[in-house]
Structures are given as C-alpha cells and as structure tokens.
Design a protein around this ligand. Structure first.
Ligand code: NAD
Ligand code: MG
Length: 389
C-alpha cells in the first residue's frame, strides 16, 4: 500500500469547478491511492474552488478572475495552499514540478494557453477542452510531437476511438464514425428552431454538461467541433470522418479498419469513464459506475444527420477541409454567439448564421502562426459582438 502511495499521479485540474472538473474530482476522490489533485484552477467560482481546495488540499490553486484573489487567499493560505490569480498564473501553474498530468477542462479558447504551455513543459494532457484543437490543432499536435507528449482524449467520442485503437497502432484507420445524440432538437425543422428558447436548448436528453457545450449540442456545433478535434487527434482527412446520429448515446464512436472490421466502444453515457481512462491509461481501474443492461435498451438506432436543419455540420466540414485560421474564426464566433443567445440577444438559429458570416468574411490564412490565430480570434470576437449587439 505505502509503495502505491508513492505512485500517486498528481493532477492539475484546469477548470475544476465545471462539469468535467467536478467529475474529475469525483474520480480522484474515489481513487486516492491512484490520483491526487495537485492544482485546482477556476475562472470565477471562488466559493466552489475554496470548498474543493479544503477537501483535496492541493499544492496550489489559481482563480483566473483577480477580483476573487483576496477571498481565496484568506481562506486557503493558512492551510499551506499556494494561491495565485490571473491569466499568467493560469498559464504558468502547469509548469510546477509536482504536476504529473494536466486535465484540461477549461471551456473554450481560454483553455489554449495553459495546455500549450503544459505541452512545452512535457506534461501529459488529458484533454477535454476540444476548442484548443479546433483553434490550434496543428500547433498543438506539432508541439506534442516535438516534446513527446501524449494527448489523452476525454471527449467521450474521441475516448471511444482511442479505446478502439488500443492494440491497433500498426493498423491504419480507414474511417471513423463519431456518434451524436442529435440533441434536444433532433428531428425538428429549422423553422421550429427559429423560436426555441434557451430553456429548451439547455435540456440535453442524455448528458448533463456546462451551458456552452449544451448549446453546442443543440445546434450540433459540438459535433462540428468534434470532427475537427478528431482530425488532429487521429490524423484523419475529411473523407475519413463521418457523423452518425445515435439517439441513445450508448455507442460512443466507431473505428472501421481496412479489412472492413469495425470496433465500437459502448457503455452508459457517463463522462467519468472517459475521464478516468484518460488519467489511468493504459490501465483500466475498477469503478462502481453503473453497468449497461441490454434489456433496458432493446434497440440501438442510427440516423443520417439532417444538415439542412443543422447547418453547423456543413460549416465545420468546410472549416476542417480548408483549415488555416478558419476553424479558429468559427470557434470564436460560436463562443460569442452562444453567449449572445444565452443573454437573449439573438435567436437560436442565428448562432450558426453568425458563425457562417464570420467564416466567410475573415481574411483566410492558410498557415497561421500562434500570433495569427490570436489575432483571428480577437478579430472574430469583435466582429461577432458587432453582429450580435
Ligand atoms: P463548464 O462551463 O461546466 O466548466 C468550465 C470550467 O472552466 C469552470 O471550472 C470555469 O471556472 C473554468 N473557466 C471558464 N472560463 C475560464 C477562464 N477564462 N479562465 C479559467 N478558467 C475558466 O464546462 P464543461 O462542460 O466542464 O466543459 C469543459 C470543456 O470540456 C469544454 O471544452 C467542453 O467542450 C469539454 N467537454 C465537456 C463535456 C461535458 O460532459 N461537460 C464533454 C466533452 C467535452
Ligand atoms: Mg463529445
């Protein structure tokens, strides 16, 4: 037992107060001999961050919003926990020598700088923050290759693909199928969606997640982001990535090999499983997660995605194919537009319309540097804010 303690993997949980972050802490709490929380980071939620720090006694915490620094410090400093605030600290904290692995679960573009810095400091990444790969997939994967850093997918579809690929590293992928639940508006028309309210869009049938990704699931932009995420994680081109709607969310994705064999990974929809696998890979560790029972699911069904009702998929395929700074522009526009929808500034269908407009007007850069991407992100946000009031 004591030997095992020395092998505890010390995790920096970036975005610890969110949906993925709190489920990561559930996994750590359930496996104290395997994992510990070495760093906790949050954006604004000082109260939850303090409470988490008191339970997990990490080495350090970071609160991105400096306004909350004093409060967090007053609560934690006497407990021997280091407290930092601001964006630079967020980026730098992952460098700490005590960090063995970085769980990247900040939402949106805000997660990019800490993940890139962690890679440059040779820290393995458990990656939930898909927007990082959408914005800067080439830079991130190139940095990971150069620094021999592994990126372990946390996103359930990509974890499924990763699990199907275990033992298959020599075998090229012919094609993958990313499954999509279809979200709350599956089967509905564009006309119907023009008048839906945020309360309807926030009701996901199978998963409970943060607000931004829940809206992304309703527009199917989430799947759009995921095809681009898959391109970079598994080195695939457009023809090799297909989306299939699977309303029960039991099959999490599928790999097809060149001999026509297909491998699928399945289980009840529970993000704790892909989180745990990303942290424990290549081991599987015992869990008490509920087990799937076939009798409760007499039929698993599949449908072609309706791209006229969900144009986000067409837009994302376009951005995937053209590459350069277009995925970055699409992502920035989407983040601002989702926010505008949640603040009742635009309608549901306008989210993707606005993203289409930004993608079609931003000056195209085929091989952007990191600075180019930062500029594209900023310019796209400014333009989207103009369009969305
Ligand atoms: P969430 O909104 O519940 O949590 C986001 C976390 O990021 C919070 O801890 C918040 O404090 C922090 N944060 C936000 N802005 C920040 C900033 N500027 N600086 C520092 N921290 C900031 O989101 P979530 O649902 O947990 O999703 C996190 C990421 O994981 C997203 O990229 C999402 O696409 C991805 N993901 C989530 C799920 C899921 O089931 N929730 C599934 C697959 C992938
Ligand atoms: Mg997913």
């Amino acid at each position: 037992m004591s030997e095992e303690k020395n092998n505890v993997k010390r995790i920096a949980v970036m975005g610890s107060t969110g949906s993925i972050g709190t489920q990561t802490l559930d996994v750590i709490r359930a496996n104290p001999d395997v994992f510990s929380a070495d760093v906790l980071c949050a954006g604004n939620n000082a109260d939850v961050l303090i409470q988490q720090a008191l339970e997990f006694t990490p080495n350090a915490v970071v609160i991105a919003n400096e306004k909350h620094y004093k409060k967090v410090k007053d609560e934690l400093f006497s407990k021997g926990i280091k407290v930092y605030a601001g964006e630079d600290s967020l980026k730098q904290i992952v460098e700490m020598e005590t960090v063995d692995c970085v769980l990247a679960a900040i939402v949106g573009y805000a997660g990019l700088s800490s993940t890139l810095n962690a890679i440059e400091h040779k820290k393995p990444i458990a990656l939930a923050n898909k927007e990082t790969l959408v914005v800067a997939g080439e830079i991130i994967t190139e940095a990971a290759r150069k620094n021999s850093v592994n990126l372990y997918p946390v996103d359930s579809e990509h974890s499924a693909i990763f699990q199907c690929l275990a033992g298959e590293w020599e075998n090229p992928i012919e094609k993958i199928y990313l499954t999509a639940s279809g979200g709350p508006f599956r089967g509905k028309s564009r006309e119907f969606m023009q008048t839906v309210k945020k309360e309807q869009a926030l009701k996901h049938p199978n998963w409970s997640m943060g607000a931004k990704i829940t809206i992304d699931s309703a527009t199917m932009m989430n799947k759009g982001l995921e095809i681009i995420e898959a391109k970079w994680l598994f080195h695939l081109n457009r023809e090799q990535i297909e989306v299939i709607v699977h309303p029960q969310s039991i099959i999490h994705s599928i790999v097809q090999f060149r001999d026509a064999s297909m491998k699928a990974q399945m289980g009840l929809p529970d993000m704790k499983l892909p989180i745990q696998y990303a942290l424990s890979y290549p081991q599987r560790i015992r869990s008490d997660f509920p087990r799937f029972d076939f009798i409760n699911y007499p039929s698993l069904t599949f449908e072609k995605p309706d791209t006229s009702a969900f144009p986000s998929l067409t837009l994302a395929y376009h951005c995937l194919e053209k590459g350069g700074n277009l995925p970055c522009a699409m992502n920035a526009a989407n983040e601002i537009a989702v926010n505008a929808f949640l603040n009742d500034k635009i309608s549901f269908t306008q989210i993707v319309e606005v993203a289409e407009k930004i993608v079609s007007t931003i000056p195209f850069l085929p091989k952007p540097s990191l600075n180019d991407l930062i500029e594209t992100d900023t310019a796209s946000r400014v333009k989207t804010k103009e369009l969305t009031g």
